[in-house]
Design a protein around this ligand. Structure first.
Ligand code: ADP
Length: 309
């Protein structure tokens, strides 16, 4: 078994450029991670459903350009990729509008047979967004297949990425996330998402609850603060992230962190080293606008940051 397969949804992104002009791009949490994994030399496949339209063609072309394998992608005869628009607000904050209810990716795992070759990868990476967009029946298929995959030696990495509006209610999100964590070898969670999902105002409560899960490997991302790692339910190990003085846009910070972290772990680095690798990757991304930073700009920022820190 070789490489990682990332599963999820990639959407058409419309971002403000010079109003009223919008910039067209393609992004999605697991898609972003797949691209940054490939940039770090990891053999990676992306698993999703696309349409037959020209945006789906462009997504496949971008993946090929980034050296992400596209053999796990199937194309629906009628459905299209989802779409979202970023709006800048007067106070500097951003809001997102989505058109994704009927996207092709919603049909992932709706058939009993998984995409051919998916479970031949050494690791599967998915997120709470992957789980939120598919039907309850599809989730049940996926969970059964993941259990079988793990029994055969496969490893699962999961980021809970809680987005309330994708779920029918909070309890469904909580139950599904809990179920997925039971099938997870490497959990890459964000403190903010955990607090939102579980309604916990106090960080200590979230951390105690998470540690008690006794996960094999659990990483909690906390923005500029040190990430925390717990292995086999052991004590939290604080792992500093690199300092970034010119943060421009934190879109895809967590996704790119995950790519760096997993790339290091696949090369057998220890967790603290993997946090540094993840933080360097995220640190380069947040110095630029957008989820997928132009490759040259990314490489330059990554190099500068690793020399500084
Ligand atoms: P998410 O993007 O999922 O909300 P975080 O905000 O915790 O997750 O960010 C993920 C990672 O990105 C952090 O662990 C850190 O390495 C990096 N990061 C995010 N914000 C900053 C920042 N202001 N300064 C330095 N690194 C940051």
């Amino acid at each position: 078994m070789k490489g990682i397969a990332a599963i999820g949804e990639v959407m058409i992104e419309l971002a403000p450029l010079h109003p009223p002009t919008l910039r067209l791009g393609y992004a999605g949490d697991t898609y972003n991670t797949a691209i940054y994994l490939a940039r770090h030399g990891v053999p990676v496949s992306y698993c999703t459903h696309l349409g037959q339209d020209r945006h789906s063609d462009a997504i496949l072309a971008q993946l090929a350009h980034e050296q992400v394998n596209t053999q796990l992608i199937s194309r629906h005869p009628i459905r299209l990729p989802g779409l979202y628009m970023i709006n800048n607000l007067p106070d500097g904050e951003r809001e997102f509008s989505y058109w994704r209810d009927q996207s092709a990716a919603r049909l992932l795992f709706s058939e009993v047979q998984p995409p051919v070759g998916l479970f031949e990868h050494a690791m599967i990476y998915l997120s709470g967004i992957t789980l939120a967009i598919i039907s309850p029946e599809a989730r049940a298929h996926l969970f059964e297949q993941l259990a079988d995959y793990r029994a055969r030696g496969g490893r699962v990495a999961f980021d809970s990425n809680y987005r309330p509006r994708l779920w029918p209610d909070q309890a469904t999100a909580q139950n599904t996330t809990r179920q997925c964590l039971q099938l997870t070898d490497i959990a890459l969670l964000t403190l903010d998402d955990e607090q939102l999902l579980w309604g916990e105002a106090d960080e200590a409560i979230s951390l105690a609850r998470l540690r008690a899960l006794g996960l094999t490997e659990l990483v909690v991302k906390r923005g500029a603060k040190p990430a925390l790692v717990s292995e086999q339910g052991g004590d939290w190990q604080p792992c500093p992230v690199v300092k970034v003085s010119n943060v421009i846009d934190t879109t895809a910070a967590g996704d790119s962190f995950n790519a760096g972290y997993l790339s290091a772990r696949l090369m057998s680095a220890n967790c603290a080293t993997a946090v540094r690798t993840g933080a360097l990757c995220a640190g380069a991304v947040i110095q630029h606008k957008g989820a997928i930073v132009d490759r040259d700009a990314y490489n330059t920022s990554h190099q500068d940051l690793s020399q500084q820190s």
